[in-house]
Ligand binder design. Structure first.
Ligand SMILES: Nc1ncnc2c1ncn2[C@@H]1O[C@H](COP(=O)(O)OP(=O)(O)OP(=O)(O)O)[C@@H](O)[C@H]1O
Ligand SMILES: [Mg+2]
Length: 272
């Protein structure tokens, strides 16, 4: 990984389908980059507060994304760090939390949504990681407008083909709101069952082969990230504890996969 730079790279985790790993990947990639010395900001754009809760914070008790988008606060004024009482974020990771109040920030017919004001963060961060809602709410649209790179996330479940179609729709929609498909950094497959030796079999194996044929192989030349993240009970356990695996289970197989994924993301960002 290379040294710090002035402007933060803005990395968005997206998919218009719910429950396909956006939040889990966002906070774990942040934790992995943080472990590697990157100064990371997780910015939660979802009123359901996935990333905020995954990092052990009750967003309704803090100012955050809502106040930034309504102009009541500047981004740097609402950043939460581990210095705050009761907050234990991963190393080098800060958070702008979401709250239920974010539902107040709505799209106005006929008026374009301004991009998330990432420039106001100055040079405080190397990477800003946006966790988005599974629909084009005003905050999520603002995120797509600000993103330098988009990672589409998907899971191998029985609705996977539909999920993938939706994911590819996201590309189309994001191009309409100003995020060009050229900013798609890759498609990330997570929550994949299967043994370490054999890898995914059955439906999951079929889906993986479908993704590879549709998006290019996993040797780094296609859209699919070569790292796939395994399914493990350790993930929801960490989530329930309001922590990442880097805090609860640093030697876990999935923790290792996220470390590898973060390096792959860095390589793709540098190449793009
Ligand atoms: N590797 C994994 N192993 C086991 N469970 C996982 C794994 N990754 C994610 N999950 C579980 O899958 C569920 C959905 O994940 P997540 O919340 O990250 O998706 P999402 O796309 O952010 O959902 P939403 O659209 O509702 O915000 C969560 O309950 C999470 O614990
Ligand atoms: Mg989420």
């Amino acid at each position: 990984m290379t040294s710090s730079q002035a402007a933060p790279r803005v990395l968005l985790f997206g998919n218009l389908k719910g429950g396909v790993g956006k939040t889990t990947h966002c906070v774990h990639v942040a934790a992995a980059l943080g472990r590697a010395g990157r100064r990371c900001l997780v910015w939660d754009l979802d009123a359901n507060q996935g990333a905020t809760q995954h990092l052990g914070i009750d967003g309704d008790l803090w100012q955050g994304t809502t106040e930034v988008l309504t102009g009541e606060a500047q981004p740097l004024d609402v950043v939460i760090t581990s210095d705050e009482d009761g907050c234990e974020l991963p190393e080098n990771v800060h958070l702008i939390p979401a709250s239920r109040r974010l539902e107040r920030v709505t799209l106005e017919a006929g008026r374009p949504v301004p991009a998330l004001p990432v420039a106001a963060l100055g040079d405080r961060y190397d990477t800003v990681l946006l966790d988005t809602a599974p629909n084009l709410t005003a905050p999520t649209t603002a995120g797509y407008r600000a993103a330098d790179a988009v990672i589409l996330t998907t899971f191998p479940d029985p609705l996977a083909l539909r999920a993938l179609a939706k994911a590819l729709d996201t590309l189309e929609i994001s191009s309409r709101v100003g995020t060009l498909p050229g900013r798609l950094l890759g498609v990330l497959l997570g929550n994949v069952p299967g043994s370490r030796r054999k890898g995914p079999t059955g439906l999951e194996g079929d889906l993986l082969r479908y993704l590879e044929s549709r998006l290019g192989g996993r040797k780094g030349e296609g859209l699919l990230f070569s790292t796939i993240v395994s399914r493990s009970i350790a993930v929801p356990r960490a989530q329930m504890a309001g922590r990442t695996l880097f805090q609860t289970d640093p030697k876990h197989r999935v923790t290792r996969q996220y470390r590898q994924l973060a390096a792959e993301i860095e390589q793709r960002l540098e190449a793009s």
